[in-house]
Structure formats: structure tokens, C-alpha cells
Design a protein around this ligand. Structure first.
Ligand code: NAP
Length: 259
């Protein structure tokens, strides 16, 4: 039997845009309660309002910087004022910073990528784990990337970080075996969100380039996949889900109709 999300509690990091915001709305539409965090509070406020409209009995937001332990602890303390059980944890906060080759990597970009995609994932998981009920249907969904499977020039730090996510997910699966908590790595390929704007530090022209002439994935596609994974019967764990655009044959081979 499918796992119902009605009245369950779903906590999502990095829900102010992209996959996280779309996931919040999608889980809300299934009747789940939502707790979301990120750094941009104005965006979170809007997403929380959307969640209520979509059908969430409760939707709460709080500032969260996954790169700081104190912020993660404050965020989880806030969540605890609303619920004592987080049924589904979605570790989504992260991204790529820059496209420099390893020889040219900037400290601040390396720091941002590892502090969010790797350390943030570990910190939030450590803090939320005590709240995840060891009952059928519970799940942790970690957002990895196709970059965790293949490498590309300029992606050394990001691919390293996202391959770490897959190994962290595998480790968690071992450590949580027998607890009923499923651990799933959701690994998207080329998707049009604010990801590229962040990678190219706000340069909108550069940010558009990866999507020119091709048909990328959208945030809602990934959100739908997350809901599908979370609603599988409790005995079924989708370990890893690699989701690519039809136009993307490999990390570097993308079909482009123009150019
Ligand atoms: N789009 C793609 O092509 C793609 C492909 C594979 C994997 N991914 C992964 O998917 C995840 C979501 O990215 P997206 O594509 O949806 O991009 P996005 O629209 O830029 O969303 C990234 C989210 O992460 C949050 N975030 C970043 N740093 C944070 C921090 N220090 N603390 C808390 N939240 C933080 C951002 O919120 P604030 O800035 O408000 O804090 C935002 O909500 C990331 O892990 C990314 O690596 C993306």
C-alpha cells in the first residue's frame, strides 16, 4: 500500500527556490505539514503561504544557514516547537559556485560547496535524526546530482561534493538499517532553477547558456519524483534516482536545437 503523506511532517532545507520550493508545494498538496528553511526569508514566507493554499494543514518557515551549526540547531529547535516528529527530511540546500578548473579554484567557492552540499547535509541530518520516527514510511531524501556520477572540467569541487552525498546516503542506509527509515538519493541532471544564476554569481547571461536550445528539467519534475519516492509502500526504498532531461545523454553531451 502506498504511504500516505496526509498530516505527516515534512522538513525541507533550501526551500526558498528551485527544487526545495517546488517540493514544499508538492508535499503540501498531498496534505502534509511543512517546515521549511533557507536564508532568504521573504521567499520562504511566500512558499509557506503557497503551501497553505495548496492544502498543508500547517506550514512554517524559519531562517536556516546549513553552513553554520548554530543556525541548524536554531532551525531544528524551531521545528520542535511545532512538532515532535519529522516523518520526511529533505536535504536539498546546496548548489555549485563557479566553474573554475581545480588549478584556479577560489577558497570561498570551495568553502560554499562543501559547507552546504556536504557539511550542511551531515549537520542537518545529525540534528533532525532524533526527530524522525522509527516507524514504517519515514524517509530521508538527499538531493545529489548527476554530477555525483560523472565528472566534467570545472566541476571538480562540485562533483566531489555531490559524490560525497551519494556515499553519505549509502552510509546512512547501513546505519539506519532496521529502523524503518528509508534513505533515498534524488539525483537530477540539467534543470532550470536558480542553480545556474548562483553558479555564475548573478550573471544572468552566463546563467542562461546551459539551457539554450535544449529542454531541461523543471523544479516541479523533481518535486513530483520526490513525492513518488516518499509515497512508495513502506517496505520499498528507492536508493538512488537519477533523473535526466531527455536531451542530456551524458553530463557534457546535451542536444541543442539552436546555436
Ligand atoms: N538545477 C540543477 O541543474 C541541479 C541539478 C542537480 C542537483 N541540483 C541540486 O539541487 C539542490 C537544489 O538546487 P536548485 O537547482 O533548486 O537551485 P536553487 O534554486 O538555487 O535552490 C538552492 C536552494 O538552496 C538554498 N541554500 C543555498 N545555500 C544555503 C545555505 N547555506 N543554507 C540554507 N539554504 C541554502 C537556497 O536558499 P537561500 O539562498 O535562500 O539560502 C535555495 O533555496 C542543490 O543541492 C543543487 O546542488 C541542482
Amino acid at each position: 500500500m502506498a504511504t500516505s503523506l496526509k498530516n505527516k511532517w515534512v522538513l525541507i532545507t533550501g526551500a526558498s527556490s528551485g527544487f526545495g520550493a517546488a517540493a514544499a508545494r508538492a508535499f503540501a498538496a498531498e496534505g502534509a505539514n511543512i517546515v521549511i528553511g533557507a536564508r532568504r526569508l521573504d521567499r520562504l514566507e511566500q512558499v509557506a503561504a503557497d503551501c497553505k493554499k495548496a492544502g498543508a494543514p500547517q506550514a512554517h518557515f524559519h531562517a536556516l544557514d546549513v553552513s553554520k551549526t548554530a543556525s541548524v540547531e536554531q532551525f531544528v529547535a524551531f521545528a520542535k516547537t511545532k512538532t515532535n516528529a519529522i516523518d520526511i527530511l529533505i536535504n536539498n540546500a546546496g548548489g555549485a559556485h563557479g566553474l573554475d578548473k581545480i588549478a584556479d579554484l577560489k577558497d570561498e567557492d570551495m568553502e560554499a560547496m562543501y559547507q552546504t552540499n556536504v557539511m550542511g547535509l551531515l549537520r542537518v541530518t545529525r540534528a533532525v535524526l532524533p526527530l524522525i520516527p522509527k516507524i514504517p514510511g519515514s524517509a530521508i531524501l538527499n538531493v545529489g546530482s548527476y554530477a555525483g556520477y560523472e565528472v566534467y572540467e570545472g566541476g571538480g569541487a562540485y562533483s566531489g561534493a555531490k559524490s560525497a552525498e551519494r556515499f553519505i546516503s549509502r552510509t546512512l542506509r547501513l546505519e539506519l538499517c532496521g529502523t524503518n527509515i528509508r534513505v533515498c538519493s534524488i539525483d537530477p541532471g540539467l534543470a532550470e532553477t536558480e542553480f545556474s544564476i548562483v553558479r555564475f554569481k548573478g550573471d544572468k547571461e552566463k546563467a542562461k547558456k546551459p539551457y539554450v536550445g535544449t529542454e531541461p528539467l523543471h523544479a516541479e519534475d523533481i518535486a513530483e519524483a520526490m513525492v513518488w519516492v516518499a509515497t512508495r509502500p513502506h517496505y520499498m526504498c528507492v536508493d538512488e534516482m537519477l533523473i535526466k532531461a531527455t536531451d542530456q545523454a551524458s553530463i557534457q553531451k546535451v542536444n541543442r536545437r539552436t546555436q
